[in-house]
Design a binder for this molecule. Structure first.
Ligand SMILES: Cc1cc2nc3c(=O)[nH]c(=O)nc-3n(C[C@H](O)[C@H](O)[C@H](O)COP(=O)(O)OP(=O)(O)OC[C@H]3O[C@@H](n4cnc5c(N)ncnc54)[C@H](O)[C@@H]3O)c2cc1C
Length: 264
């Protein structure tokens, strides 16, 4: 059993999130233990984490947990990962984490073994399916697949969803167990660079926007999200019909609080 951070390092941290107040009001500290870890496709590792604090834990589809994956001196390094599903009886939640190459999150994920412990905080995040929308459009890359699938699968059977997911190749596709009328387009990068806006932008320019009032959820690489938002705004979607969120920034590590740095 290995802890993501030894007790001595944890005790010495200068932690801005020591108190769960402000933006962290309503979250819990979660003392996770890795139950299982499995590579489910060439670029996706699935971890199941258990914690006593998951007893009575509530969250909205699309919300995430923040894991304390490392420390730089006394500064905590956190990374955010979306809750793919929760098994309340076993007090276990599932995370699907992209194997993209290099970073403190990636290093922890690759080394994690059953019994290892890591501290989390959750639930976090403000983006969930809009209850007023007549239709839903989800666009993103593989880092957004857990959020997009969790949100799509939560929609009632009489709703309409379009899912556009850019992934490395067909072997990374996952089953979508949705009750809603759902159209799924997989865009295969086939060796192309993650974070290149071309394929998702082309799809945003062409994708059918049904009648009525819809909502678009745009998640993934920071500049790609920005581009998708501009394209859909030009096509007539109002600001309050779009939920954009930068998950990572190409060529640049996320900040210690787990999001792309603001000046990125
Ligand atoms: C709210 C929220 C929810 C998220 N949910 C998930 C989730 O469920 N699953 C998931 O896998 N990720 C998710 N992410 C994204 C994840 O937190 C980032 O990808 C994060 O940068 C990974 O940390 P790292 O330490 O591995 O890499 P970092 O140290 O942040 O970055 C190191 C290098 O890797 C590159 N990089 C980082 N992420 C990627 C990527 N996905 N593809 C290609 N290159 C990359 C960076 O550009 C940088 O050059 C979420 C992010 C947010 C903000």
């Amino acid at each position: 059993m290995t802890d993501a951070l030894p007790e001595t390092v944890l005790a010495a941290l200068d932690d801005p999130f020591a108190q769960l107040t402000g933006s962290l009001a309503g979250t819990r500290k979660l003392h996770f233990e890795v139950a299982t870890t499995e590579q489910v496709s060439p670029h996706m590792q699935r971890l199941e984490l258990t914690a006593a604090e998951l007893d009575g834990f509530g969250y909205l589809p699309g919300q995430d947990v923040m894991l304390l994956v490392a420390a730089e001196g006394t500064r905590p390094v956190r990374r955010r990962y979306t809750i793919r599903r929760l098994d309340p009886e076993r007090r276990a939640l599932t995370l699907d984490i992209v194997l993209h190459g290099e970073g403190p999150g990636e290093r922890w994920v690759r080394s994690a073994r059953p019994g290892d412990r890591i501290e989390g905080i959750g639930p976090r995040g403000k983006i969930s399916p809009s209850p007023e929308a007549d239709w839903h459009l989800f666009m993103g890359d593989e880092s957004a697949m857990p959020a997009i699938l969790a949100m799509t699968e939560s929609l009632p059977g009489d709703s309409e969803a379009t899912v556009v997911l850019e992934i490395p190749d067909s072997a990374d596709e996952q089953e979508v167990a949705a009750s809603a009328r759902t159209r799924v387009s997989w865009l295969h990068r086939l060796g192309g660079q993650a974070g290149d806006p071309a394929a998702l932008s082309a799809e945003a320019a062409e994708v059918e926007l049904p009648r009525g009032s819809g909502h678009a959820y745009l998640l993934g690489e920071a500049k790609v999200v920005l581009r998708l938002r501009e394209i859909l705004a030009r096509r007539g979607l109002a600001e309050d019909q779009m939920s954009p969120k930068a998950y990572w920034g190409r060529g640049r590590a996320n900040a210690g609080h787990g999001e792309p740095a603001r000046d990125a």
